[in-house]
Design a protein around this ligand. Structure first.
Ligand SMILES: NC(=O)C1=CN([C@@H]2O[C@H](COP(=O)(O)OP(=O)(O)OC[C@H]3O[C@@H](n4cnc5c(N)ncnc54)[C@H](O)[C@@H]3O)[C@@H](O)[C@H]2O)C=CC1
Ligand SMILES: C[C@H](CCCC(C)(C)O)[C@H]1CC[C@H]2[C@@H]3[C@H](O)CC4=CC(=O)CC[C@]4(C)[C@H]3CC[C@]12C
Length: 369
């Protein structure tokens, strides 16, 4: 909501601005950051929807680029006041190699930090993940914890390892002198499982349900709570944190914040049914259809098949030992740190978030309704 009394003077860069979360951040900035003069959207793959944004009062600059290429990042960052770094390789299914995941998530983040230092950009917001904390490889539950809750964050999978390493780099860079001599101010946001318009896995579950005659089969006990947060609220947190970081550098610099809202605590599958149910799907059984030991066996078999078939084709099903462990381990947050530090309140109520997500599912091609 542009306030006519504010002067448009700020240049923001959003890396990964054409991804699921990135698009919401871009649209939210245009709606809710009245001081924005130019918005640079940097992504490996640019979306056609960017064109429609170019007619407004803010200059929207689309930059096709790769975060692993330091010179491309530096060129995009030069002259920006704030960088929101959401670009990342989100892969827990074995589609990409561990090397590629590290290259994008860790080297890409190093490139963003170095670009800020070299070009004199002072404010950097990093999209981290709940995965930097847990669930850990021991399957310890994290039950409604906050940023200070003790937890053994031990990982083996490349995705959480790379996000944890990148987050550490961002936090350690807080206070480094950028070109011109002023200190860099950084912080990291840790969303739990994001949902909402554009969520690919929700889309996949919906289509799977349609193929199975309107049914989905429970795999995880309903008692295993999984943290979820609406994409619009995650985007709003990014906008707010980026704004307030400029005013409250001493308090917020080097800090981490979980992303949260009023979404209910439920199992991954029961939560998805909040949207898929009203779209004509039902979750069969009150208890998992397949015993857990058999699921573990199937997950291990999938991992073996992935490895055997790799020279011939990419076999990357949803079920693997890692996704099973994440889905089957409680991980929920209960915190007010973002409210205390920068006045965050969710912009979308649970009812709004649910309605918006249901409308999006219903609008999908092949809708059951
Ligand atoms: N989806 C989720 O539930 C969660 C996501 N996150 C984090 O949020 C961020 C965004 O995730 P999503 O929007 O879900 O993923 P996404 O895959 O939809 O978006 C990532 C974007 O980054 C871009 N990108 C990938 N590699 C790039 C490269 N080398 N150079 C430039 N751009 C590149 C992609 O083209 C894509 O547009 C990621 O950093 C992810 O780790 C954190 C917690 C939960
Ligand atoms: C794919 C999983 C659901 C199917 C499980 C099965 C096959 C046993 O029925 C998803 C369950 C939990 C998801 C992850 C979680 O929300 C945390 C995440 C945070 C991120 O930063 C990236 C995405 C993800 C790892 C997310 C990925 C899908 C699940 C494993």
């Amino acid at each position: 909501m542009a306030d006519s009394t504010e002067v448009r003077e700020l240049v923001y860069l959003v890396t990964g601005g054409c991804g699921f979360l990135g698009e919401h951040v871009v649209r939210m900035l245009l709606q809710r950051e009245p001081r924005l003069l130019e918005l640079r959207v940097f992504d490996l793959h640019l979306g056609a929807w960017l064109e429609e944004l170019k007619t407004g009062p803010v200059q929207v600059t689309a930059i096709q680029g790769d975060v692993t290429q330091a010179h491309e990042v530096a060129a995009a960052v030069a002259g920006a006041h704030v960088v929101i770094h959401t670009a990342g390789l989100v892969d827990v299914f074995g589609r990409a190699s561990p090397e590629t995941i590290y290259e994008v998530n860790v080297q890409g983040t190093k490139n963003v930090i170095e670009a800020c230092v070299q070009t004199g950009t002072r404010f950097l917001v990093y999209t981290s993940s709940m995965e930097v904390v847990g669930p850990n490889i021991k399957g310890h539950h994290f039950y409604r914890g906050n940023e200070d809750t003790p937890y053994e964050a031990v990982h083996r999978h490349p995705y959480p390892c790379s996000k944890a390493q990148a987050e550490r780099l961002v936090l350690e860079a807080n206070g480094r002198k950028v070109h011109g001599g002023l200190p860099l101010v950084t912080c990291a946001l840790r969303p739990t499982g994001i949902y909402g318009e554009g969520h690919q896995i929700m889309r996949d579950f919906y289509h799977q349900g349609l193929r199975l005659g309107g049914r989905l089969f429970r795999t995880i006990p309903a008692s295993v709570e999984h943290g979820r947060v609406y994409v619009g609220n995650v985007a709003w947190m990014h906008v707010l944190v980026a704004r307030e970081l400029q005013q409250r550098a001493a308090l917020m610099g080097g800090q981490v914040y979980f992303c949260y809202d009023q979404s209910p605590y439920k199992s991954y599958e029961d939560f998805n049914m909040e949207f898929l149910g009203p779209c004509g799907l039902r979750l069969v059984e009150t208890r998992p259809l397949v015993p857990y030991w058999l699921l573990m066996l199937l997950a291990a078999l999938n991992a073996l098949l992935q490895w055997l078939l790799r020279p011939l084709l990419l076999y990357a099903p949803l079920l693997n030992p890692y996704t099973l462990a994440v889905a089957n381990t409680a991980f929920t947050v209960n915190t007010d740190k973002a409210r205390r530090h920068f006045g965050y309140e969710p912009l979308f109520s649970w009812e709004d978030s649910r309605t918006r997500t249901i409308r999006w599912v219903q609008a999908m091609e092949g809708s059951a309704r």
